[in-house]
Design a protein around this ligand. Structure first.
Ligand code: SAM
Length: 236
């Protein structure tokens, strides 16, 4: 069940029964009991600017830890691989469906990862989710390409999206895009380049390590090409 509203603080569950879908029930129980590292709607109101404090099970000085956000985390394969390899960093997954957010949080819990938090939100409301310069890196692997021209307005990448990323990234922050859709890749790269980002081969935190994803494995199995580009925000 996808969340369509761009108002990330809207109480979407208030509109339907908690028991209408098993993942809605799991989500609400996990959020209220704290048994899953998840949040949505009104609960998110005090998150912007305080994100690092939300990782309650992580010890040490969290104010100095990189905060990396994956938009469209699906069922959490990539997010958990990254979080497992980088216990010194904090990882936030964002997705639009209850099922995928719950699956990501359960995967993190089952793998014993304390440095993962998952948000149910439409990335159309991203500007309200993080404070200026709060984020260290954004990962966007295989965003829905919306191939038909009449659907292109639904695409994740737009000039507004790029300027939100720029505002929310601290100096030295990064952006990583992968997609199988060449026209989308070309358009997105040009939007990012025009927003002031500079292409880079090596990222902070990840270095030159590559990461796979659920969709990437699918495309590889079908022998289909895919494209990847990384950028850094060199200037504050
Ligand atoms: C094609 S899948 C890619 C999943 C994953 N990143 C991968 O590479 O395997 C796109 C993902 O983005 C999520 N998504 C689509 N639109 C979104 C939006 N507006 N905000 C947040 N997530 C979104 C979908 O639910 C889905 O999990």
């Amino acid at each position: 069940m996808p969340v369509r509203t761009n108002d990330i603080f809207e109480d979407v569950v208030a509109k339907f029964s908690k028991d209408c879908n098993a993942f809605v029930t799991k989500f609400m129980d996990g959020q209220s009991s704290g048994s899953l590292p998840i949040a949505m709607g009104p609960t998110l109101r005090n998150f912007p600017g305080n994100w690092r404090e939300k990782f309650v099970a992580v010890s040490g000085d969290k104010s100095q830890m990189p905060l990396i956000v994956e938009i469209g985390c699906h069922s959490g394969h990539t997010l958990c691989d990254m979080a497992e390899a980088h216990p010194e960093s904090l990882f936030v997954g964002v997705d639009i469906t209850f099922k995928r957010v719950v699956q990501t949080a359960e995967r993190a819990r089952d793998r014993g990862l304390k440095n993962v938090f998952v948000v149910l939100a439409n990335a159309g409301g991203l500007k309200d989710l993080f404070a200026a310069k709060e984020v260290s890196g954004f990962v966007t692997f295989f965003p829905d390409p919306w191939k038909k021209i009449r659907h292109a307005h639904n695409r994740l990448y737009s000039s507004n999206f790029c300027s939100t990323l720029w505002d929310q990234l601290g100096s030295g922050g990064f952006l990583w895009l992968k997609t199988d859709h060449l026209p989308y890749f070309t358009d997105a790269c040009s939007l990012v380049d025009r927003s002031g980002f500079q292409e880079t081969a090596v990222l902070p935190v990840f270095g030159d390590t590559d990461y796979s994803s659920f969709f990437l494995r699918r495309f590889e199995l079908q022998g289909l090409p895919w494209y990847s580009r990384k950028w850094t925000k060199f200037h504050a």
